[in-house]
Design a protein around this ligand. Sequence first.
Ligand code: TXA
Ligand code: MG
Length: 327
Amino acid sequence: MRISVEQAIDLIRTGEVVALPTETVYGLAGDATNPNAVARIFEVKRRPADNPLICHFPDVASIYPYVMSIPKQTLRLMETFSPGPISFMLDLPENSPLFFATCGRSQVIVRMPKHEVFLKVLKELGVPLAAPSANTSGRLSPTNAEMVELDLGCVGIAVVDGGSCSVGVESTIVDARTEGTITILRLGAIGRQELQRVLPEVEVHYGATPAVVPGSRYRHYAPATPLYPITEHSLTTLSPGSVLLLVDEQREQIYQNCSAEQAVTLRLVSLGRLSDMEELARSFYRRLFELDRLGVSAAYIIPPDFGHSALGKALQDRLQRILTTHG
Ligand code: TXA
Ligand code: MG
């Protein structure tokens, strides 16, 4: 069911949860300070109970009352990149109203999303919103309202249609609490280069261990269709009619590595072009989601080299989690 922003505000005020657009992916949003709303998010998503939720705020000023402090370095990044596709780890005081949203941890991850619908809801309600991606745990993050409906419509989740997400992959998560270092806890549209342009003297590390970010332990997958990685040399072993995902730049390589008869029987499904990373990222989850509509029992991909841009690394990371490597 599609609802208006006003209806979404009323529902969240009564402790309900609704799906809202952000610039990264759609979020399943509820009042982060209301234990019942938080419990409902875990229930709807069938999310493991130890996997905390990102808390969303409209601006920096609204974060201060909920955290111990905003360290100088973090503030600098917030001033540069927020609202936008980046989230920050901060320390919580004891007895925080965000206890349930953060699964009792001493840190919270905060984000200021850049989407007028989400910002309007945040400003009207005046409470932080817990909002994980609006998908059943383990499925693809939705980047449009239809994807949300197909996944969560059957469990009664309504969605505000805010169009297709402009970024398409989940926010970068950073821990910038320690002066002199930034740890990237999840790759996203803002990467090492972008961070170092703002803080050139700071060391940037990658450090997404499951102990720190519980979600990095879990695999993401396209629900019905297993996606197997193959090499160009195993192309000839694919049976006729096999679905092969590719980026446009791989077309030639594929034709060179299989016979003419085989080339006509393969069903090639394009993910887009490496030369337009932004569009590739924007449509990535949607195109993987559409795989299921082909009604095939498996699909294949020669994992492309997405390159070293922030988005390229983020896509590389997401594809790795989606691939079926056994079974
Ligand atoms: O772009 C995004 O960040 C989207 C949109 C909706 O804002 N949200 C999103 O949330 O991707 P979710 O729940 O799908 O991913 C949050 C990740 C998970 O891996 C979770 O384990 C981690 O952040 N996380 C959240 N709060 C945490 C905390 N307090 N401590 C450690 N990890 C946390
Ligand atoms: Mg998620």
